[in-house]
Structure formats: C-alpha cells, structure tokens
Design a binder for this molecule. Structure first.
Ligand code: NOJ
Length: 545
C-alpha cells in the first residue's frame, strides 16, 4: 500500500511542506455516517453534528481514512433529509454551520477527511425555488420539469415514468400542470438544462469546499439528465430494472458533461477533493463511465453488495468490477451495506449464520484492491431491524406502497454505544426517546462491551482496518486468484498476503498457508495444516514466490 499522506487541516490551502498528491481515495476506507442515527448530542432523540463530533475519536481508532455524512441540511424530512430545502445551511435540529466547521476541523485534526452528501437531482418541495414555481413566478418553473398532461383535459401524466418510491413520477398541480419527481412528490426534479441550476450547484459546492470538506457523495448522480423529449419507458415495474437495463430517466450520456465540470471544480481546490457517484447504471462498463479520469473519483459498486453469498457469484462480481474500473484507471469500491439496503448480516441469512458470514465478508472485502465503504453499525455486526412498529416508520417507500414494502428504516436504527444505559448511550441521560426505537437486545452489541471483548465483531474490524493500513500488500494494487476447492475463494496480494474464504458448508484443510494474521472465526492449526471452517475467512502472511 502506498504511503498515506496526512489529511489536510480545516483551511483549504495546504501547508507549504504538504506531500505530493497521494490519490488517497484509491485505497481509502470510508465510513458512512447516517447522521440522524449515529449519536445524539443535544438529547432530542435524533443524531446530530454534535454527536458526530463526540464520536470522531472512535472513528479514528477504528482506523478509517474518511467519513461520509448523509444530508444534514434543513429539510422537512420527507425522505430522511434527501429532500433539501436549503443547501448552504444546517438543519437546526442537527446543529449549526459552526458545528459543521468544527466537525471538519476536528476530523482533519484526527487525520480523517470529510465527505458530505450533495443532492442535485431534486430539491425539497419546500425549497424557495419550488415555492416560486408553485406560484408560477416568471422563469421559476424552468428550474424544474413541468409539462402539460396527456389525454382529454391533460388528466393523464405526461409519460409513463414511475417513482422509485412507488406510484407515478408525476404530480398534478391545481392549475393543471404536472411536475416530475423520480422520488417522492416532495422531491421535485430539477431541470439541468437550465444554466441557472448548474450555476447554483457549483456555487453550493464552492460554499462547502471553502469550509474545508474533502468532497461530495453525489446523490442520484445518474439522474440529472433525462432522455430527450421524455419518452415513455413502455413498460411497468421500471425500478425492478434499475441497474440492469437502460431507463429513459437514468444514466443518460448528458450527465457526464455535468460531472466533468464538477471535476474541474474539485481539481481547482488544493488537497485532493473528490466526488463519489451514487449510480445504478445497467452494466459495469456504464458504471466505469462515471469514473473516467476527468469525471468523478469513485462510484459505489452496488453489484458487489447485491451478490449472493457464494464463491461463484462473488468471484464473478469481483472480476467484472475490477475489469470495468481498470479500463478507465479508477479504483473499485467495495460496499456491503448502506442506509438504503437491508443490512448484510440479515441478507446473508440472519442470526448466527448471517453474523458469521458477515465477519468473513469483512475480511474478504478489506482484502480486495481498492477502496472500502463501511456503513455505521456494520462494524458492530448489527442486523436489519425487521419488527419496527408501523407507527414509527418514516420512509416514504412504506407510505407510497401502502405498507407493501416496509422501506429502509430497519437499516437506520440508532447506534448502540453503551450496554446498560438508557437509549444505549445513543442520547445523553434523560433525553427524549430515539426517533426509531433501539431493540432491547442490542446492549450486547453496543460499542463499549464490544471494545472489551477481543473476539468481538468490532475488534475484528479494528484489527482488519489497522492491518490494511500497515500491510504493504493491502489497499491499492492487484490480486491473483489461486486454484481452490469448490465454494472457496483464495487469492494473493503481493507482497506476501494470502486471503482464504470458505463460503461452503464443509470445513476445508489448508496446507501450509503461512502465518495466520487474522481470522473471522476460530482457526485450528498445527503449523503445517489449518482448518478453515464454513463461512470463515483468514488472512495469512507468507513468503512471496
Ligand atoms: C439515494 C439515497 O441514498 C436515498 O436514501 C434517497 O432516498 C434517494 N437517493 C433519493 O434522494
């Protein structure tokens, strides 16, 4: 792994003795903080920037290179903050601009960079621009996508597009016009053909870059440009094809020109500021388009997240992902969970089996070449919460599907920090109940008890992330598969690291694998032979050929 440079301090200009660019993102471990569920500093039951600041030391000790904060902007919270009503401010429930400044400075002081979310595809319906559009002020509707309807009296939507959250992607106003919202009706899509929209977002980015953030996770980065003439998709169930087939509202070629202009903006700042694309293109090759040298630095690799637990599917997705990003010289990212997906302990079977597999997945993932994203709580082995009562659910998916899909709240339950305390240390003593209830049996999985247990999930992550930082074979570079028994994955990283994963149901005997560095479950070894139990991964140090 290449030497890492020290993170820049809060001020944008680097010290004169700053090391040459490290391209730090190529092998960074980046930790996703879902702000409202991470840590509650002010006692209102909702996570906030003060809470994040109070836990930065925990993240530095975990060994991550950067954090990504989900939206903390003022928002009516129709979609967990991805409905932004003001882009240059902090939601008063989550803190102040000064808190944001302090957070950036403190993270930098601990050697971590800070990425923030930017939401350019849509605003909140409470954004002043949309209020002006509703009043039909001159030019205001040009900033969004307004169209007359079809059919008699224009009573049918302008086309057949479906919202990602269920139902049509169009809503009609009392004056008869329709507006587009690929997500909730409270998230009207912006019109990126309008230069005013482009100028506004460049300005917003400058605002945050000037504060010192190290880059942006770009929400729906494949959605800003729609197919010319807004043609029908021609079929229903469109979102089932997300990431699998072309759709007229995602992954249009025009988005790349916008991303190129953002790359120029990022590059005009010192300190290696980056952009990360949240995209669901129909193929790895289309994904690679977003990380061409003059576009963004990284794109989330959701194909890896979506792969089944099995040697065949995982090997196939690893190869396809690396091949695609290699073509454009970009790093691959490895993502197991995020705030939109069922947590992977649960996806991998839940209970002891899911936990065991998730531990093995941690070592597999952290051994792959490229950059790794960790979703808060993943390092604690938290499962999806499947039994949240209806009355606490907040995700628009739950409401827009009339409860048929319970939505994503189960992956957003607040983090347990301390075993025995009320709210498990998520909030200060005497605080309001947390915005989503924390399961009563999460005390055992809280941070403090796990820190004291050398075999805990948390200590597995801490050891793996730390080893990844110091071992010269890990991080960026290449990998080589070795022949291995069915339902296993063995690969080397040079110099001198072997990763072995047993995804099958039977133990596998390894002959002279080397010196054990780290294993996800107990390992029986007599020096020459070792037994790799089912759903177990191990890292070995060995002399390179
Ligand atoms: C992706 C975000 O991760 C998700 O939470 C949000 O609902 C949509 N984009 C819409 O902004």
């Amino acid at each position: 792994m290449t030497q890492r440079s020290v993170a820049p301090c809060a001020v944008p200009s680097p010290a004169p003795s700053a090391p040459p660019p490290s391209e730090w993102w190529r092998d960074a471990v980046i930790y996703e903080i879902y702000v409202r569920s991470f840590a509650d500093g002010n006692g209102d039951g909702m996570g906030d920037l003060l809470g994040v600041r109070s836990r930065l030391r925990y993240l530095a000790d975990l060994g991550v290179d950067a954090v990504w904060l989900t939206p903390f902007y003022p928002s009516p919270l129709h979609d967990g903050g991805y409905d932004v009503s003001s882009y240059r401010a902090v939601d008063p429930r989550l803190g102040t601009l000064d808190d944001a400044r302090a957070l950036v400075a403190e993270a930098h002081g601990l050697g971590m960079r800070v990425l923030i979310d930017i939401v350019p595809n849509h605003t909140s319906s409470e954004h002043p621009w949309f209020a002006q559009a509703l009043r039909d002020e001159p030019g205001a509707r040009e900033r969004y996508v307004f169209r007359p309807g079809r059919g008699e009296d224009g009573a049918q939507p302008p086309n057949d597009w479906e919202s990602s959250f269920g139902g049509p992607a169009w809503t009609r106003l009392p004056d008869g016009m329709w507006y587009l919202h690929l997500f909730a009706p409270e998230q009207p899509d912006l019109n990126w053909e309008n230069p005013e929209v482009r100028a506004e977002f460049e300005d917003v980015m400058r605002f945050w870059l000037d504060i010192g953030v190290d880059g942006f996770r770009v929400d729906v980065a494949h959605g800003m440009v729609k197919a010319e003439g807004l043609p029908d998709a021609g079929f229903t169930g469109q979102l089932k094809l997300l990431g699998r087939a072309p759709l007229p509202f995602f992954d249009q070629d025009g988005v790349h020109e916008i991303l190129r202009s953002w790359r120029r903006l990022l590059d005009s700042y010192p300190g290696e500021r980056i952009g990360v694309a949240e995209v669901w293109p129909p193929s790895p090759a289309r994904l690679a388009n977003y990380v061409r040298p003059d576009e963004l630095h990284q794109a989330f690799n959701f194909n890896y997240l979506a792969a089944e637990w099995g040697a065949g599917p995982l090997r196939q997705v690893v190869d396809a992902s690396i091949a695609a990003t290699d073509l454009v010289g970009a790093p691959t990212t490895w993502v197991l969970s995020n705030h939109d997906q069922v947590r992977h302990v649960t996806r991998y079977g839940g209970g002891r089996r899911g936990t065991r597999r998730a531990r093995a997945a941690a070592l597999l993932t952290l051994a792959l070449p490229g950059s790794v994203y960790i979703y808060q709580g993943e390092e604690l082995g938290l499962p999806e919460v499947l039994d949240l009562p209806d009355e606490v659910l907040q995700d628009p998916i739950f409401f827009r599907t009339a409860g048929a899909d319970r939505g994503r709240d189960g992956s957003r339950v607040p983090i347990p920090w301390a075993g025995g305390e009320s709210s498990f240390g998520f909030s200060p003593p005497g605080a309001d109940p947390s915005w989503l209830p924390i399961p009563r049996d999460w005390g055992r999985q809280a941070v403090i008890p796990q820190l004291g247990d050398p075999r805990s999930f948390l200590n597995l992550y801490r050891n793996a992330v730390r080893l990844r930082r110091t071992h010269p074979a890990l991080g960026r570079g290449t990998m080589r598969w070795l022949d291995s028994p069915p339902e296993t994955l063995f690969f080397t990283r040079e110099p001198g690291l072997l990763c072995t994963v047993n995804l099958g149901a039977d133990p596998v005997v390894l002959e002279s694998p080397g010196t054990l560095l780290l294993a996800s479950s107990d390992m029986r070894s007599n020096g020459l032979q070792a037994v790799l139990e089912p759903d177990t991964a191990a890292w070995w140090s060995r002399t390179s050929p």
